[in-house]
Design a protein around this ligand. Structure first.
Ligand code: NAP
Length: 266
């Protein structure tokens, strides 16, 4: 493989929605694909269409990323297949259900899929990317990573994890040739909403983007080398101000003295 070939992209949650659009767009950019999800029939249909349209090689890997054994198979693939140059951590579920109406079993299952799986997949591939001095990781977070009040709190927390993990990955691995991007979609018209119990048709359509627009915009951000991409935020300067405020605080967040406002009144 020469460096002009983009290599192979492994995309989780490729059987529908945002992941399926990434599959289409990355194949059109010349990537070969490894598509991961549970629904083999949908993965096969997508693989067939993409191969016919682009002539790229497409492999299907049926796996439940919430189950340790099948997650381990995907980890092994990432460790062993040296053609892989891009990991898209996209598979995820969410809900709008408040804490008092949520079942703890489904909350921890969401953490398994949204947090544990992308963490394990990243740990599987990162050493190989660093050894080759080349590779990229796209993490699909969400705007709820900075606005956890909007939906279920465990979902927001899982996406805040992806956001923070991406910042740290960039900090640790950016200089070692690993590109990292966290994408923060707003409401996007996919099965996500119906699966989570609130059909997307019930949302104000002024806040809902198509999955195609979302992925195309996110890839513009990727091409620009952005670490955080928020396709629906029109006022980009608001994000810059938010990030500048965070950077300004960083050197002052730890101190041997409590801030004066916390000194107990005598
Ligand atoms: P989607 O159409 O429901 O896609 C979810 C994908 O994840 C499917 O391919 C599904 O495939 C896969 N998946 C679910 N459980 C899985 C499991 N246990 N193991 C392996 N794969 C599994 O929804 P989407 O909107 O495209 O979601 C993609 C990502 O975008 C998620 O991380 C979501 O949190 C994020 N996001 C979505 C929105 C939105 O408004 N839609 C907004 C912000 C962020 P199978 O069912 O075949 O396994």
């Amino acid at each position: 493989m020469t460096h002009s070939h983009p290599g192979t992209a492994l995309i989780t949650g490729a059987s529908s929605g945002i992941g399926a659009v990434y599959a289409d767009r990355l194949a059109r950019r010349g990537y070969n694909l490894i598509l991961v999800a549970r629904n083999r029939a949908r993965l096969n249909a997508l693989a067939e269409r993409i191969t016919t349209q682009t002539r790229q090689a497409v492999e299907v890997l049926e796996a439940d990323l919430g189950a340790a054994a099948s997650l381990a198979r995907v980890e092994a693939k990432l460790r062993e297949d040296a053609s892989i140059t891009l990991l898209v951590n996209n598979a995820g579920v969410g809900t709008h259900t408040p804490l008092l109406e949520s079942d703890i079993g489904s909350m921890t299952a969401m953490i398994d899929l949204n947090v544990t799986a992308p963490t394990r997949l990243t740990y599987a591939v990162a050493p190989a990317f660093v050894a080759r001095g080349r590779g990229a990781i796209i993490n699909i977070a969400s705007i709820v990573s900075i606005a956890p009040e909007l939906l279920n709190g465990v979902y927001g927390g899982s996406k805040a994890y992806m956001h923070a993990f991406s910042q740290s990955l960039h900090h640790e691995l950016g200089a070692k040739g690993v590109r990292v991007q966290a994408v923060l979609p707003g409401a996007t018209a996919t099965d996500f909403w119906a699966t989570g119990g609130l059909p997307v048709e019930q949302l104000d359509q002024a806040i809902v983007m198509s999955a195609e627009q979302l992925v195309d915009a996110a890839l513009v951000g990727f091409d620009r080398g952005e670490l955080i991409t928020i396709p629906s935020l029109h006022a980009g300067e608001d994000w810059e101000a938010y990030e500048a405020a965070r950077q300004k605080m960083l050197p002052h967040l730890s101190s041997n003295t409590p801030a004066p406002r916390y000194l107990a009144a005598r």
